[in-house]
Every structure is written in structure tokens, then in C-alpha cells.
Write a protein that binds this ligand. Structure first.
Ligand SMILES: Cc1cc2nc3c(=O)[nH]c(=O)nc-3n(C[C@H](O)[C@H](O)[C@H](O)COP(=O)(O)OP(=O)(O)OC[C@H]3O[C@@H](n4cnc5c(N)ncnc54)[C@H](O)[C@@H]3O)c2cc1C
Ligand code: SF4
Length: 488
């Protein structure tokens, strides 16, 4: 039984972020520790609703009211068991998820929602600290071999579930380290990589095999992959960035967000002394107002940028939940991430007209104009043209596809059909058009979120287990056609 008056006695409270000047001088996570008694009070705000709408918001089906109450009553070990029952990697979602569960929380109808994400991350951090997270070695082995291609959150979740079900799982990754976008996309200040490494050590101890530096389709052919495995999970993500073919696009100094973020992450991993794309002393413009743009923003400030401007073609959202995204849906509101708090200017309802270069072929400015929506299309507002200085431009307008087209690539060589948006086609059982080949994560869904990747990885594992064993007791939290939020 939950605390019936907790939400009336306690307001919503989150941990403080470290002071801006301190945190932009390092790359560590931005949040300060949160006292256990404060968290206890936050957990007590949960009403244990008869119909917990937070479940509806969470693709993983996290048992939120259960672990809120276990934290409130100081039963932390039971709390991590309930949390791990639905989520393989709460240390990732607890730090990185936009928390659709909180947008759907019933307390949020009239007040501020329960701090579900904070309770989640505190449970898993305490569990690691107490030594409660240990390898779950399978009790029996099936002798079946599963190849997982891609080591982002979808591939990792599928691999952990299938290893625990007793299958022999090998994860192939083309990059030199495991983790997908968790490793080379998401900056250290949002999630320190030690959280990923700790989880990978657990997975290896459970028996999952990791092979890095192998691009399946070229280094290892589709035929070899099929010959070596009884089932294949494709979890290769959606990696092709949306481009902006405006005049001047060919100028030096214009990069996709991932071209910028990967070397910045490699500096933190000790691979590089400094990044070849360094914002120190430069005017930076980021095109795209979403999370990926905010990651570029936080990175540019830590590198010592002179100025950073983030452009967004959509109008500035309202501060309060607008009527067209009513509770419990995901609200389209103005959000300020920790990176926004650190500085820079945000311009809304603007469009890039062209990139302006200097005599050496480097970008030096960006010409933009304001726009308004006219009959569903962005129309230029005449007389609003202007230039802003830009020594570096980062394109952060989302990702379009797996990079595989119907004409070529890994999917084609496996016999997996691709839809017109470049996504691998799968049926309601996560099966592709090739027998024994299953699709999980952004490769099938298109660009999305970590929580969806984990949920899809878990559900795909259940489908693969049933394919190999005739039936499965693994949980399948989502269906391929479930609605998703996309990261920007
Ligand atoms: C900069 C950035 C920041 C983001 N921030 C957030 C956030 O804060 N919160 C959030 O919820 N979501 C965020 N997202 C989205 C989230 O990271 C993705 O939705 C998620 O990682 C998708 O997981 P995935 O496993 O499907 O693919 P990915 O994480 O993309 O992993 C796919 C992996 O497959 C590998 N691969 C591809 N082809 C092959 C091949 N042929 N052979 C071998 N390996 C291959 C790739 O190298 C990659 O490592 C962000 C995305 C970006 C780009
Ligand atoms: S909707 Fe909010 S208050 Fe209700 S059970 Fe979920 S977290 Fe608790």
C-alpha cells in the first residue's frame, strides 16, 4: 500500500546540477548526489494508482509503482529485482531516457509528476555499489548459436536475454568498441562510459561473446554469418544522417553531428590527444533543435567555443502542455536540457538559406531567414534574412535510415527487404523476410530512443528463443508497430 498523502506533503525535487562553470571545465556527469531521505520522499509521492498510467508511458512496462514503494520502505534489494525484471539496463535509461512514464504519471494531471527516472537511477546505482548486480549464468545450454549484429542497446538487450536463455550468443560490432550510440554518440557528460563497461563485464561473465572491428557484410560475409549461426538478430541502428543540401554545403567546416561527437568521445576514451574537429575559440552553429543538437552544444562549450547558436525550424513550443498533446501523451513543450543551461542561443522558426564561405573555401557564416507555417508548409518571411557567424556548423537533424538500400548492403545480401524509408522490414514476430533473421531497434523502427531499443531487443529475444526452442518464457514488452517517440 503506497503512502496515500505523500504527493500532498512533498513537492517534486530533483538533484542539483553541478555549477555551470565547474561542469563545463570537465566532462563528468552533471548531476550531484541526491540524499537517500530526499529520494525516499520522492518515491512516497507515488499513489500506486489503480490504473498506473506510467506503465502506459513506458515501452518496457517497468513496474514503477512497485519499486517506488519498495524504495519508500527501504527495501532496495527487492527494488532492483523488480526493476531488472523489465529492464536490462536501468543505468542507461535512468540517465538518458526522456521519461515518457513521467509524462503519463497521474500526479502530473494536477501537479508535478513523480520523479520516476530519478528513483530508477538511484536503485540501480545503489545495486551496483552494494554488489547486488552479479552475472546471471544460464542453468542449461541449448547448443543453439545466435549472431547479433550491432552492439547498441537493442543488440545488447537481445544478447543478454538470449544468453540467459541458454543460447550461445556472439555480438558482432564494426566499431572498435562495444556500445553503439551509447559509446560514441552520447557524450560522457550525459552518461559516463564506466556504466557501460561495467554492464559489458557482467554480460561477458554470463557468456555473451563480443567481436569488435568486424563489419558484417564485408569483413564477415552474410553467408559465413548464416553458416555459423542458427538465428541472426540485426540491430545495426539507423546511422545515415539527414543532410541539408543548401548552397555552400560543400564548404569546409560543415559536419554531421556524429562526425563531431565521435572524435570528442574518443578524446575522453583516451584514443586521441585532441579532436580534429575542435570548437575552441570558434563560432559554432548547430542546425537541429533536438537532443543530438544539445549534445553538440554541451560538447562545444566544453571545448571552449566562442559562441554557440542552435537553430530550429519549428516555432518555439509552449511552456505548458498544449491542448493537442493532452495528458497522458508525450507533451510538445519547451525543454531546457543541462546543455542549454550552460549557454548558447536558441533560435526558433528559422531556416538556413545558404552557407557563406571565405576565399579559402571554409564556412564563415550562415545566412538564415525566419519562417512561418502556411497550410502545413514552412514559408519564408520576407525581409528577415540575416547572417550569423559560423566557423563550424553541425547538422543535427536526425537520421534517415540503416544505410542499406534495396540495391546493396548487409540486409540485401541476407535477403532482408527494406522499406522506402530504408528500414528493415519485419513482421509482428520481429521476423524479417529472410528465414531465421530478426530485426531489433532503430534498424527496423527508424531513429528512436534507448528505451525503445531495449524493449525491442527484449521482445526480439523472446521471438528468437521461440523460433529456436519451439516456445519461450522470455518477456516481450512491445510489438513492432508500437508507437514511439524519436530522439532529435
Ligand atoms: C548523439 C545522439 C544522442 C542521443 N541521445 C539519446 C538520449 O539521450 N536518450 C535516448 O533515449 N536516445 C538517444 N539517442 C537515440 C539512441 O541512441 C538510439 O535510439 C539507440 O542507440 C538505438 O539503438 P540501436 O541498438 O538500435 O542502434 P545503435 O545504438 O545505433 O547501434 C547500432 C550498432 O550497430 C553497428 N553496426 C551497424 N552496421 C553494422 C554491421 N554491418 N556490422 C557490424 N556492426 C554494425 C554500429 O556500429 C552500431 O554500433 C541519441 C542518438 C544520438 C545520435
Ligand atoms: S502514474 Fe504516477 S502516481 Fe500513479 S502509479 Fe505511476 S508513478 Fe505512481
Amino acid at each position: 500500500m503506497a503512502d496515500p498523502t505523500g504527493f500532498m506533503r512533498h513537492g517534486r525535487e530533483l538533484p542539483q546540477r553541478r555549477p555551470v562553470q565547474v561542469r563545463i571545465s570537465d566532462w563528468r556527469e552533471v548531476y550531484q548526489p541526491f540524499a537517500a531521505e530526499k529520494l525516499n520522499a520522492q518515491a512516497s509521492r507515488c499513489m500506486d494508482c489503480g490504473i498506473p498510467f506510467c506503465h502506459n508511458g513506458c515501452p518496457l512496462g517497468n513496474l514503477i509503482p512497485e519499486w517506488n514503494d519498495l524504495v519508500r520502505t527501504d527495501r532496495w534489494q527487492a527494488a532492483i529485482e523488480r526493476l531488472h525484471a523489465t529492464n536490462n539496463f536501468p543505468e542507461f535509461t535512468g540517465r538518458l531516457c526522456p521519461a515518457p512514464c513521467e509524462a503519463a504519471c497521474v500526479v502530473g494531471i494536477k501537479s508535478d509528476p513523480v520523479t520516476i527516472k530519478q528513483v530508477e537511477v538511484e536503485i540501480i546505482d545503489r545495486a551496483w555499489a552494494e554488489g547486488w548486480v552479479t552475472p546471471q549464468i544460464p542453468g542449461r545450454l541449448t547448443g543453439m548459436r545466435v549472431a547479433v549484429v550491432g552492439s547498441g542497446p537493442a543488440g545488447l538487450a537481445a544478447a543478454q536475454q538470449l544468453t540467459r536463455a541458454g543460447h550461445e550468443v556472439t555480438v558482432y560490432e564494426s566499431a572498435d568498441r562495444i556500445g553503439g550510440l551509447l559509446r560514441y554518440g552520447i557524450p560522457e557528460f550525459k552518461m559516463e562510459k564506466r556504466h557501460l563497461d561495467r554492464r559489458l563485464a557482467q554480460m561477458e561473465a554470463e557468456g555473451t561473446r563480443f567481436v569488435t572491428g568486424v563489419h558484417v557484410g564485408t569483413d564477415l560475409t552474410a553467408e559465413q554469418l548464416r553458416a555459423d549461426s542458427d538465428a541472426v538478430v540485426i540491430a545495426t541502428g539507423a546511422t545515415v544522417p539527414r543532410d541539408l543540401p543548401a548552397p555552400g554545403r560543400e564548404l569546409a567546416g560543415i559536419y554531421s553531428a556524429m562526425e563531431y561527437l565521435v572524435p570528442a568521445n574518443r578524446v575522453q576514451l583516451g584514443d586521441l590527444e585532441s579532436s580534429p574537429i575542435d570548437a575552441a575559440g570558434k563560432h559554432v552553429v548547430i542546425i537541429g533543435g533536438g537532443d543530438t543538437g544539445a549534445d553538440c552544444l554541451g560538447t562545444a562549450h566544453r571545448q571552449g567555443a566562442l559562441s554557440v547558436t542552435q537553430l530550429e525550424i519549428m516555432a518555439r513550443p509552449a511552456d505548458q502542455r498544449p491542448g493537442y498533446t493532452p495528458w497522458p501523451t508525450w507533451p510538445l513543450i519547451y525543454r531546457t536540457s543541462s546543455a542549454h543551461e550552460e549557454g548558447g542561443e536558441r533560435l526558433f522558426a528559422v531556416n538556413t538559406e545558404r552557407f557563406v564561405g571565405d576565399e579559402d573555401g571554409n564556412v564563415r557564416a550562415l545566412a538564415l531567414h525566419e519562417v512561418e507555417l502556411v497550410e502545413g508548409r514552412f514559408a519564408k518571411i520576407e525581409g528577415t534574412e540575416r547572417e550569423i557567424p559560423a566557423d563550424l556548423v553541425f547538422l543535427a537533424m536526425g537520421f534517415v535510415s540503416t544505410g542499406d538500400t534495396a540495391e546493396g548492403g548487409l540486409l540485401q545480401s541476407l535477403g532482408v527487404a527494406v522499406d522506402p524509408r530504408g528500414r528493415a522490414v519485419r513482421d509482428a514476430q520481429w521476423k524479417s523476410t529472410a528465414d531465421g533473421v530478426f530485426i531489433a531497434g532503430d534498424a527496423g523502427r527508424g531513429q528512436s530512443l534507448i528505451v525503445w531499443a531495449i524493449a525491442e531487443g527484449r521482445a526480439t529475444a523472446a521471438a528468437v528463443d521461440a523460433y529456436l526452442s519451439g516456445s519461450s518464457t522470455l518477456p516481450a514488452p512491445v510489438r513492432p508497430d508500437s508507437m514511439a517517440l524519436a530522439a532529435g
